[in-house]
Design a protein around this ligand. Structure first.
Ligand SMILES: [Zn+2]
Length: 129
């Protein structure tokens, strides 16, 4: 009988809706008072994420476009650092890094990777399709 009472208490435990703050009735893990509040909350979370990542996503996409344009159909090329800088390439934005067996650090931009080749040149490679 005691365990039934505990179960009953958990079931009717009042919690506040994460969206509107109204008390919710039902399962103890229920977070929203209604489907509308659940959807509104999710949409707002998506909006926050979209706004937070938009600027950096833009730099990354732009960097990839610059590399793709300068590389054309070649899979490996030395590019002039000055040319990249003039196009607005942002060296500090990349999607990952890779250290090759010779200890050279590649910076990955989606399907491209580049490394410092000299003070004037960078070496860019395109991932095999
Ligand atoms: Zn609500």
């Amino acid at each position: 009988m005691q365990s039934f009472k505990i179960f009953f208490d958990i079931c009717i435990m009042k919690k506040k809706c994460l969206q509107c703050g109204q008390e919710t009735l039902g399962r103890s893990d229920k977070k929203f008072c209604s489907l509308v509040c659940k959807n509104t909350f999710a949409a707002s979370q998506r909006r926050d994420t979209r706004d937070a990542v938009a600027e950096i996503d833009g730099y990354l996409h732009r960097n990839r476009e610059i590399l793709a344009t300068l590389m054309g159909n070649t899979a490996k090329a030395e590019l002039d650092r000055l040319v990249l800088t003039r196009t607005g390439f942002k060296y500090e934005y990349h999607t990952g890094t890779y250290l090759n067996k010779d200890g050279k650090m590649y910076r990955i931009v989606y399907d491209y990777a580049w490394m410092d080749f000299s003070d004037q040149k960078i070496l860019v490679v395109r991932k095999k399709q």
